[in-house]
Design a binder for this molecule. Structure first.
Ligand code: NAI
Length: 479
């Protein structure tokens, strides 16, 4: 006998567990299938984000930033500190404890919302057409079991893309998982891919003392960001000591007992180069997880890039089957998946939710952080939009100076005719928090004048957002 549910969610990452909670809040009988095992061998909820992604990386970012503050910036504040050293094992244990707390927290939320955790690998095995129920087999943890549901939400996430011929063992050649679990600071660290993971984790180990070389295939740096922000970021990261090489072509990676990892590549000028490092991070994007999901059993297929095709409401071409998060189109961002989870649960309940994908904020947790929402200047130019730009530096903000965090700026792009905000781009400490004001403003179709007229606390970093909005009309007050 199989248990029947209104909604079965496959995958308990941020997209899946949020979908399950929202569906339960709306009164549905909900189960969520998850098979993740943590390094202690325990089954864990939370997916990549909580176990080996957003949460652990932010814990290590914070620890390494504390170290850098003490070693490099305490003296500026008139504080002398001697004998500072890093205890990597303690740092990693702190990160693991935070992960444990967060993943246990989801177990608590599941119990509170009466969501059944079906432990194991979930696979679609067919459809009972009369009753429009889908059958899901859960296997891999003891005896397999069957569940049936009117609605299935696929939230199986993504995994690190590996390069052909480069074996990732997560000891010497690492993806995001290994890069979060090193036992000591490598003297020389190589990173293939100057994307989000490469820059965030490369920065962690640089701050702790590694000499970091980043090899990027594209000729431009941070192509997805606004050009002005990308240029500023490149300048700051190089000054911090990251060796960033653009336009490279990786030829071969070999692990040599004496030399370490030897990366052979051609540089932007076409000259053959080799890089010898102790550890190598491969961070060249992620691919959706659809292996063994049984899509064919219900007549679905992944597209040629491995994604499940869905419409604007995350509905597949089959009624009752939805897909959300990294396994579908759009940015691979936890908060995008969470919002899709809420949208699908509410759609199943007959509501009419909607996501404006243009107002999903992007964040890169480097130091300073980079965050943006809406369109970049190059996108507006390409679309032929008539726009105005306003920019204001943190160097002219008293709070930022006081905190010793005066790097970066806010740039606001507005429609020349209507003054509507079209994009906001921030490179600064706490950009991840500052960007929320811009996201709210854009959701409400605010104008730059709206932001300019709203009282902002003084002194605060948020004043720079207001000043940049005013600057788009050439009336910044403190410049
Ligand atoms: P990414 O897509 O951000 O960057 C990958 C980089 O590798 C690109 O710049 C690409 O040009 C480069 N690349 C690709 N093939 C290459 C090759 N053969 N040689 C050299 N360079 C090559 O991917 P990343 O950093 O692996 O992150 C994966 C996903 O995880 C992203 O979609 C990201 O959005 C998400 N993520 C988000 C975070 C956040 O929101 N802060 C944090 C970490 C990951």
């Amino acid at each position: 006998m199989s248990e029947r549910y209104d909604v079965v969610v496959i995958g308990a990452g941020p997209a899946g567990y949020i979908a399950a909670i929202r569906a339960a809040q709306l009164g549905f009988k909900v189960a969520c299938v998850e098979k993740w095992r943590n390094p202690n061998g325990e089954l864990a909820l939370g997916g990549t984000c909580l176990n080996v992604g957003c949460i652990p990386s932010k814990a290590l970012l914070a620890s390494s930033e504390e170290f850098e503050k003490i070693t490099h910036h305490a003296a500026d504040h008139g504080i002398q500190v001697d004998g500072v050293r890093v205890d990597v094992a303690r740092m990693i244990a702190r990160k693991d404890a935070i992960v444990g707390k967060m993943t246990k927290g989801i177990e608590f939320l599941f119990r509170k919302n009466k969501i059944t955790w079906l432990k194991g690998h979930g696979k679609l095995v067919g459809q009972n057409e009369n009753e429009a129920m889908y059958a899901i087999e859960i296997s891999g943890e003891g005896e397999s079991q069957l569940a049936e549901a009117r609605n299935v939400i696929i939230a199986t996430g993504s995994k690190a893309r590996h390069l052909p011929g480069i074996e990732v063992d997560n000891k010497t050649v690492l993806d995001n998982e290994g890069a979060l679990a090193l036992g000591e600071v490598p003297k020389r660290l190589g990173v293939i891919g100057a994307g989000v993971i490469g820059l965030e984790l490369g920065s962690v180990w640089r701050r702790l003392g590694a000499k970091v070389t980043v090899l990027e295939a594209l000729p431009s740096f941070l192509a997805a960001a606004d050009d002005a922000v990308a240029k500023e970021a490149h300048k700051i990261f190089v000054k911090q000591g990251l060796d960033i090489q653009l336009g490279v072509k990786i030829a071969k990676v070999e692990v040599d007992k004496k030399k370490g990892v030897v990366v052979s590549y051609t540089d932007a000028q076409g000259a053959a180069q080799t890089l010898e490092v102790d550890k190598l991070i491969v961070s060249v994007g992620r691919v959706p997880n659809t292996d063994g999901l049984g899509l064919d059993a219900v007549g679905l297929t992944a597209n040629d890039r491995g994604f499940i095709e869905v419409d604007d409401h995350c509905q597949t071409r089959l009624p009752g089957i939805f897909a959300i998060g990294d396994v579908v189109r759009g940015p691979m961002l936890a908060h995008k998946g969470e919002d899709e989870g809420v949208m699908v649960a509410e759609t199943i309940a007959g509501q009419k939710p909607h996501i404006d994908y243009n107002t999903i904020p992007w964040v890169i947790y480097t130091s300073p952080e980079i965050a943006w929402v809406g369109q970049s200047e190059q996108q507006l130019k390409q679309a032929g939009r008539d726009y105005k730009a306003g920019q204001f530096p943190f160097a002219a903000n008293g709070r930022a100076l006081g905190m010793g965090l005066a790097e970066g700026f806010v740039k606001v792009l507005v429609d020349s005719r209507t003054d509507e905000i079209l994009g906001v781009h921030i490179i600064a400490a706490n950009a991840s928090d500052l960007i929320s004001e811009a996201a709210v403003a854009m959701e409400f179709k605010a104008s730059a004048e709206d932001i300019g007229r709203i009282c902002h606390p003084h002194p605060s970093m948020s004043e720079v957002v207001r000043e940049a909005a005013l600057a788009s009309d050439k009336r910044a007050l403190n410049m």
